[in-house]
Design a protein around this ligand. Structure first.
Ligand code: DHB
Ligand code: FE
Length: 279
């Protein structure tokens, strides 16, 4: 059976992709942020996952206000990205894992989740920035990736509890896949941020740290919030906690936090990073 070796959360701010392109990692603005990632990269190099299941939100590259699947899953052999206007250079394609994708789709539909199945889809910064951060210099080409998107742009959005349950179903699917491959799960986005409107720039460090505390072994506490609660506490884009909850939902048993970090702000966002594994 496939083995789920751990979960990682990280922001996906486009400015981080631009900073990597321009080699700004060691400048005063970015130094603390980029110091977060080497220990996680080392953990990944030691653990050598074969596959990353990556929860992200499509901010408008493929799915915008006119067509917005609540949940969608990539079932393609390869994923390309494209210029979204943020100034990040396009990156080489990402390899898919169609057998596991279809296994997850079948399991989800049998268990009353009905995702949009994407056999041809480009991925946006929500997927590419975390991949280039965690596997720099395009070394993500050595692993296979399954992108899974959650609607965080257009109301009505899935409830936080529903995103968590969606993750639980995907975790069950991974564990029931007849393979000896190792899977790491990524929850991207967050934490507190709002990109436009009167509350643009809002950050809430207390709430962000509360979320990181609860994510480890009391995620059901976070499932009690509505999306309106999250928006009130951490801004319109705090709803990206959905991907953190989906990632956490894939994991079972007692967890330990191997690593946590928090830097705020980078661009408009409070960057939270966690690495969770079973005890
Ligand atoms: C920013 C953050 C995001 O999550 C995003 O998708 C786009 C931009 C930002 O802080 O700039
Ligand atoms: Fe985002």
């Amino acid at each position: 059976m496939a083995k789920l070796i751990g979960g990682i959360t990280t922001s996906h701010i486009p400015a981080i992709g631009v900073a990597m392109d321009k080699h700004l990692e060691d400048t005063p603005y970015y130094r603390d942020l980029f110091a977060i990632y080497p220990p996680i990269r080392e953990w990944l190099q030691e653990q050598k996952p074969d596959i990353a299941v990556l929860f992200y939100n499509d901010h408008g590259l493929e799915m915008f206000l006119d067509k917005k699947p609540t949940f969608a899953i990539g079932c393609a052999p390869e994923y390309h990205n494209a210029d979204e206007g943020w100034g990040i250079n396009p990156i080489p394609p990402v390899t898919g894992e169609t057998e596991l994708s279809w296994h997850i789709v079948n399991h989800l539909i049998e268990n009353d989740f009905d995702p949009t199945v994407c056999q041809d889809i480009k991925v946006d910064h929500g997927a590419t920035v975390p991949l280039t951060l965690l596997w720099p210099n395009f070394t993500y080409q050595g692993i296979k990736v399954i992108p899974v998107s959650i609607n965080c742009e257009r109301h009505p959005m899935p409830k936080p509890s529903r995103s968590f349950a969606f993750g639980q179903a995907i975790g069950d699917a991974i564990r029931s896949w007849d393979s000896d491959q190792k899977v790491v799960v990524l929850g991207t986005g967050g934490l507190s941020h709002q990109l436009d409107g009167q509350r643009a720039g809002i950050l809430n460090g207390d709430f962000d740290n509360y979320c990181m505390d609860k994510l480890v072994n009391e995620p059901e506490e976070l499932c009690q919030y509505s999306n309106s609660d999250l928006i009130e506490k951490g801004g319109a884009q705090m709803v990206e906690l959905a991907m953190w909850l989906a990632m956490r939902g894939t994991m079972t048993g007692e967890l330990k936090e191997v690593l946590r970090n928090y830097v705020a702000p980078i661009s408009n966002t409070a960057v939270g990073v966690q690495l969770l594994v079973n005890t």
